[in-house]
Ligand binder design. Structure first.
Ligand code: PRP
Ligand code: URA
Length: 208
C-alpha cells in the first residue's frame, strides 16, 4: 500500500475532534481548513526554489524564493471544497479547477456532473483534494479525468482513507502519490469508512 500518512501531532489532534459526532458544522469546517493548510505544508515540501537577492533594512543578502512552478488545486465537489481555502491561503498563486462527482448510493460508483480546469493543464502540477477516500471510485475517476485533459503530475490529498480506496488508486494510478492524515480500518456495507467521520459533505455543509 503506497500512501504517505501525515501524522503531525496538530493534524492528529484536530482530526480526532473532527471525528467526534458531537462536533458541529462550524467547528468541523474550521478544523478541515486548518488541517488542509498543515497538510499542504507537507505536500509542497519538494517545490523547487531559486536564488534571489534581497535588500533587508540593513544589508543585501542571497535568499530563496519559489521557482515559479505552476500549481493547480482541484477539489472534488462537494466535500473537497472544504479543503480548498486552507490550501490557497498558503499558495495564493495556484489556479483552481473543479471536478463534480457524486457517489451513487446504490452502486457506490462515481457519477460525473461537472468539470472545469485551468486552460494550461499540461503545464501545471495538480493537487487533487477530497477529504474521504472510501472505495476510491471518485478519486480514481477524477484522476482519470485530469489525465484525459492533459495533466501529467497529480498528487491526491485526503483526510481519511480506507485501505480499499488506497488500493484502487495505487492500482489504477501508480504514478499518483496519496497523502492522508489517517488510513482507517475498513468500509461498511454502505461504503462508509469505519471508524471514519461520517459523511464529510453533510458535516461541512450542514445538510444532515
Ligand atoms: C464523498 C466524498 C468522496 C466520495 C468518496 O462524496 O467526498 O468524493 O464520497 O467515496 P468513494 O471513494 O467511494 O468514491 P459524495 O459522493 O458523498 O458527494 P458529496 O461530496 O457531494 O457529499
Ligand atoms: N464519503 C463520506 O463522506 N464518508 C465516508 O465514510 C465514505 C464516503
Amino acid at each position: 500500500m503506497q500512501v504517505k500518512i501525515i501524522n503531525h501531532p496538530l493534524i492528529q489532534h484536530k482530526l480526532s475532534i473532527m471525528r467526534d459526532v458531537n462536533t458541529g458544522t462550524k467547528e468541523f469546517r474550521e478544523l478541515l481548513e486548518e488541517i488542509s493548510m498543515l497538510m499542504a505544508f507537507e505536500i509542497t515540501r519538494d517545490l523547487p526554489l531559486e536564488d534571489v537577492e534581497v535588500e533587508t533594512p540593513v544589508a543585501k543578502c542571497k535568499s530563496k524564493m519559489l521557482a515559479g512552478k505552476k500549481l493547480g488545486v482541484v477539489p472534488i465537489l462537494r466535500a473537497g471544497l472544504g479543503m480548498l481555502n486552507g490550501i490557497i491561503r498558503l499558495m495564493p498563486a495556484a489556479k483552481v479547477g473543479h471536478v463534480g462527482l457524486y457517489r451513487d448510493p446504490e452502486t457506490l460508483l462515481p457519477v460525473e456532473y461537472y468539470c472545469k480546469l485551468p486552460t494550461d493543464v499540461a503545464e501545471r502540477d495538480f493537487i487533487l483534494i477530497d477529504p474521504m477516500l472510501a472505495t476510491g471510485g471518485s478519486s480514481a475517476a477524477a484522476i482519470e479525468l485530469l489525465k484525459k485533459k492533459g495533466a501529467k503530475h497529480i498528487k491526491l490529498m485526503c483526510l481519511v482513507a480506507a485501505p480499499e480506496g488506497v488500493k484502487m488508486v495505487n492500482e489504477q494510478h501508480p504514478d499518483v502519490e496519496i497523502y492522508t492524515a489517517a488510513v482507517d480500518d475498513y468500509l461498511n456495507d454502505h461504503g462508509y469508512i469505519i471508524p471514519g467521520l461520517g459523511d464529510a459533505g453533510d458535516r461541512i455543509f450542514g445538510t444532515k
